[in-house]
Design a binder for this molecule. Structure first.
Ligand SMILES: [Zn+2]
Length: 292
């Protein structure tokens, strides 16, 4: 059993040929051995994506494949532009319609902007985990933080009832204690130095989870193979497999996140029990997805 907690549909990139409809997503899941995928809207936020991937698109797509696709919903924390905007009616509606989480949240805001904290808090009231993308200030999208992730830590403390699912280059660069300033939104290579913000925050805050998706997640787990396996093992109860593949053409090539996790599982680089947790048990537990 394999659950991808980070999939997208629609026209996520400008090239129309890369449009992912639900049927293409299912074909790709079959090719990669993925049983269930969480589909994350993007386009409620102007920074988020190109076209045709908002919550309604996601709900329609998931409705066609209820056994295979699990919807997330998305709310821009800037709606209403005030730190006490009431998102409860929307969250309530989306939850009733089957959404299991909020994401992918990636407005160009400080991670602990009061409007963002307001959304995180209300998502927690509805037991909806918040999956976020993080980039540095120079990037066009993504929540922002400083070196050491103090703003994420502020949110983890301020919203103890909200589960945060970490993702993105600026989050994963901080697996290491040293982050080259020019690579805060990149893919730092080489050995991981102990003492990084991500392991430190994951040890301290049980409401911090992460997915393994995208180039950033894969880079963090493979740049220092010994460290990556130890990290998977230590946080086996709060890490979830993901892809973040946004292009229809991805199906044609081996996707690094899929190959890496297959290697981890088949070659028993972590225990079978730990691999199952990352593969699907954690996602099934957190998002209340029936197992098989
Ligand atoms: Zn994504």
């Amino acid at each position: 059993m394999l659950i991808d907690v980070h999939a997208h549909i629609g026209r996520v990139v400008p090239d129309r040929r890369e449009f992912m409809d639900a049927a293409s997503l299912i074909v790709r899941m079959d090719a990669w051995g993925i049983d269930i995928a969480c589909v994350l809207p993007l386009s409620e936020q102007p920074e988020g994506a190109y076209l045709e991937c908002d919550t309604e698109d996601v709900l329609a797509a998931c409705g066609r494949y209820p056994e295979r696709l699990v919807p997330f919903c998305l709310i821009d924390p800037r709606y209403g532009n005030r730190p006490d905007a009431d998102f409860r009616p929307l969250l309530n509606e989306y939850k009733e319609r089957g959404c299991r989480g909020v994401g992918e949240v990636l407005p160009k805001l400080d991670f602990d902007d009061p409007r963002a904290l307001n959304l995180y808090r209300q998502a927690g009231e509805f037991e909806m985990p918040v999956l976020f993308d993080m980039h540095d200030g120079e990037w066009g999208y993504g929540l922002c933080d400083d070196f050491g992730l103090p703003k994420l830590e502020h949110a983890l403390r301020a919203c103890p009832d909200t589960i945060f699912i970490g993702h993105g280059p600026t989050f994963w660069a901080e697996i290491s204690a040293d982050v080259p300033p020019a690579q805060r939104s990149g893919y730092p290579s080489g050995p991981v130095r102990e003492g990084g913000a991500v392991p430190r925050l994951m040890r301290r805050y049980v409401n911090l989870w992460a997915d393994t998706s995208a180039g950033s997640g894969n880079n963090a787990l493979t740049r220092d193979p010994e460290f990556g396996i130890a990290f998977l093992d230590e946080f086996q109860d709060r890490l979830m497999f993901g892809t973040d593949s946004c292009r229809r053409s991805d199906v044609a090539s081996p996707y690094p996140n899929v190959s890496f996790f297959r290697d981890v599982r088949e070659n028993r680089r972590i225990s079978g029990e730990a691999a199952d947790k990352v593969a699907w048990r954690n996602a099934a537990r957190l998002l209340r997805i029936p197992g098989r």
